[in-house]
Each structure stands twice: as structure tokens, then as C-alpha cells.
Design a protein around this ligand. Sequence first.
Ligand code: DGL
Length: 271
Amino acid sequence: MSLDRNAPIGVFDSGVGGLTVVREIMRNLPGERIVYFGDTARVPYGSKSKATVLRYSRQIVRFLKTQEVKAIVVACNTASALALDTIETEVELPILGVVKPGASVAVHTTRNKRVGVIATESTIHSHLYRTLIQAEDPEITVLGKACPLFVPLVEEGWTKDPITREVARRYLRELLEKDIDTLIMGCTHYPLLRSLLRDIVGEQVTLVNPAYETAQVLKRMLSDTGLENPGGSGEKYRFYTSDAAENFDAFARSILPGRVPAAEQIPIEEY
Ligand code: DGL
């Protein structure tokens, strides 16, 4: 199948969080066009089963294919952990998730071979970060901690609030007691807590941002396959949601650079 290098990249997530991945793609691949879908009607994915997340992901992939994308980025850690292994066998397009890029970097940043992963319940229960890290280095101990309160706190805009700080302290205590030297921010929202997490874990712990690492892998993948966009004309960024888009637009404008066009609501269940 021949792909058009001027075509957009399809990026999807359970809601607004995947915009942290969009932000990294915008910064690191400024020539690329993006079609983003946020499943705001069915968020959160982080407490849902594999079968449900797979069904949702398949519908979104079908929608993104109607947008003639040249590649798909699964920006949601939960969907990357629960659905990517199946959908990558079903789609002929290049497709990548955020878990593998984050896991690979952690293998190289840890010196004491003790890596912490914070993520949603479903991502932690999938053990995918651990599986991928130990496939590269079986001597690394991977300690997971689900942090379900972080997503609503970030969406409330409480990224610097003392309450969020206290919640983070409690979540991270156990991992820090076990002497991790690397912490993977394994959920779309967590990079927005970076400075608060940095204060709690201290300078000696490396924070891994899978959103940034995914943009780097995407960049290499597009260049290796001759698919990078030379930066032509055409509408650059388009955003779609499955529920009313006002809150989405406000969040998008608060974290993305430049002019962010309003999102359009689409009936995702019909795909
Ligand atoms: N996007 C999800 C993730 O990265 C977090 C929000 C949700 O639970 O849907 O895992």
C-alpha cells in the first residue's frame, strides 16, 4: 500500500489527556498534520476491561481511516496496554503506542535496575510496562502503582494544588521506599504533573515521559519509511470528540501552543 506523506497522522485517546502527546508531536515534528480523536463521551478507559477498550479502539481506528491518515498513534497508555497488540494485527497502517517507547527508555536510564511505573488501574494490571522492560533486561525490578485520582485532579486544573501534592506523596511513598531511580509517567495526564512529581521524587530519580519518547519514535519511523511531511499547505490540525466539545476546547487551548481550532463532535458508535 502506498501512503501519502502529506497525509495527517491520526492520534487518539480516551479524552483530553492525549493532547500531551499531540503537544510533543507538534514540538518535535512541526511539519506534520494531525487528526486527533478524544473519546470524551466514554472516558475513562483506565478502569475498563480489555474487551471494552478494544471495542472502543477499533471504532476509533475505523474513524481515523476515514480521515485518510498515514499512521496512527495510540496516545492513551491504557489503550496501548490493552488494545494495541490486537489492533496492530488488523490495520495495514503503521501504528504505534506510548507504552513501548516509554519502557525502552526506562531500561536505559535506570542504573540501580529499579523502575517505578505510575498509571491507571488497567494499565498497571496489564503488566505491559513490566513485560516490555524485562524482555529487554530481565534483571530490572519493575514496581507499579495505580494513581486513579491524578486524572480528575489534572482535569480540574489542580496541577500545583497542595491537595494534589499530598495525594502524590501518598501514591509515591511506597515506590520511593523501594528505592526506584526511574519513574515512568505512564498515563497521558501525568506529564502535566511533572514539576510536582519532580519535587516529590527529588533530582536523583529520572522521570520518563512516554509522550515525548513516542514523538521521537514516530519521527524516526516516518523518516525511515520516507513518510515525513515536507511541510506543505493544507489544514494542519483537526480535533474530534465523542461528546460536546466546549470543555475539550478549553483544555486544548490551555496546553497546546498556537491557535487551536474548535473540535467537532462525531457519533463514534456508528463506526
Ligand atoms: N488516557 C488514559 C491513559 O493514558 C487516562 C485517562 C483514562 O483513564 O481514560 O491511560
